[in-house]
Unconditional design. Sequence first.
Length: 450
Amino acid sequence: MLKHNILLAIGLVSFSGFAATDSTFVMLDSIPDAQITEIIGDTNRMHDQVAPVKIPSTSETYFTQIETGNTYVKMQVRSFDSENNTEVSTPFILDNTNSVVGVSANKDTVYLTGSADGRLSFQQGLIKVHRTAVGWSEPELIKVKGFKPTSWTYGMYMHPDGDLLLIYQKKGVSGNFELSISKRTATLEFGKPMRLESLNTDADEITPYLSDDKKRLYFSSNVTTDEEEENPNYDLWVCDVKNADFTEFSKPRKLPIGVNKKNSYESYAVEIDSANIIFSSDRSGKGMRLYKASLMKKPEIEEVPVIVEVEEEVAEIVAEVTPDTIAAPAPEVMVTETSNKLKFALNSAKLSRSNIAYLKENFSPTTENMAKTKAIAITGFTDNTGAASYNLSLSKKRANSVKKALISLGWDASIITTTGKGEESPIANNANLDGRIQNRRVEIEVEKVK
């Protein structure tokens, strides 16, 4: 637990980056491991690579390397080139107890949390250093009104413009971590932090990052959802900033499966461009390491097909009636009824509570409908993001989940068939979020006697 506490305490900043508002790209549902690249191949288990801070309009990224021993913790600010995945330099080492939390666009000012006198103490809060003709200046404390730094329980991120400071801090001794924002005043100090009420939950929200254009806010959280088990690890989330006052945000959404990975700790990411990010994870088992991944693909827009909800096939009976004709029994009239009301969460085949309630209300067997029902065909679908082979497998799993639910309600398994069509036959436009939600579905066709 020591590493976990250190990562939260020293103010290492989390950035997750993708252009959520870029209409020319669609975020992937999932990313295969083969498409995620480790950047710096450091095999030293005593090292953690965290807090990437991308320099705007360049390929250079600063990060903090932590070396933890039995009796010491050493932190160094380092730099690498994101285009060729090579370490560039060590920008500076300031008494080995500092973490980078921001860099100005011209690289002349670096913002840090840590100690200016070599002690492992975080009571000093936010400091900055300037580039001079002979090196770096002496550390200078930046005042934040009403903010009281507490050891091991806060962290920060400074936007490259130097006008917005994002903070996360533990609420009391045993409370959760919360997000807040502070704005620079006319005196170049920072005002009293304002809590981001709509984003904070009963879980931890930590390591915030604001995109260079100030339109997207990213953070890490261990909040649970209906589709997850309890006590998940920290995952990366993103939301859109709705106004200049930072009081309104869109509903947060997770980055794709593959970046967020089960049983590992994901945080500390930075946007390279509108479709690619760098992030930090402990998935390798050798400490926190930096990785690069592509999150987006251009959408393939297809026309929306027309779905016929109810189809009736009626046999036409032609008979010559004579006094000698013996009346033949009329053939059965078969009706096929189609339902596509079952929707699924991103990258999930698990039935939601609303899905289960719908099946119970509309497909609970009775003596009458069991006698009339001849066949039930279940077909699973996905949206068109992610690999086609993965989507085909996921669609089959969704169909099988519904089959198991119908059998548990009392239906005969011998009359139920399942198939998966992956991203085929969308019923809505995959170029937008609402359309992709509609396409992540299962259709049930019931053939029965009218």
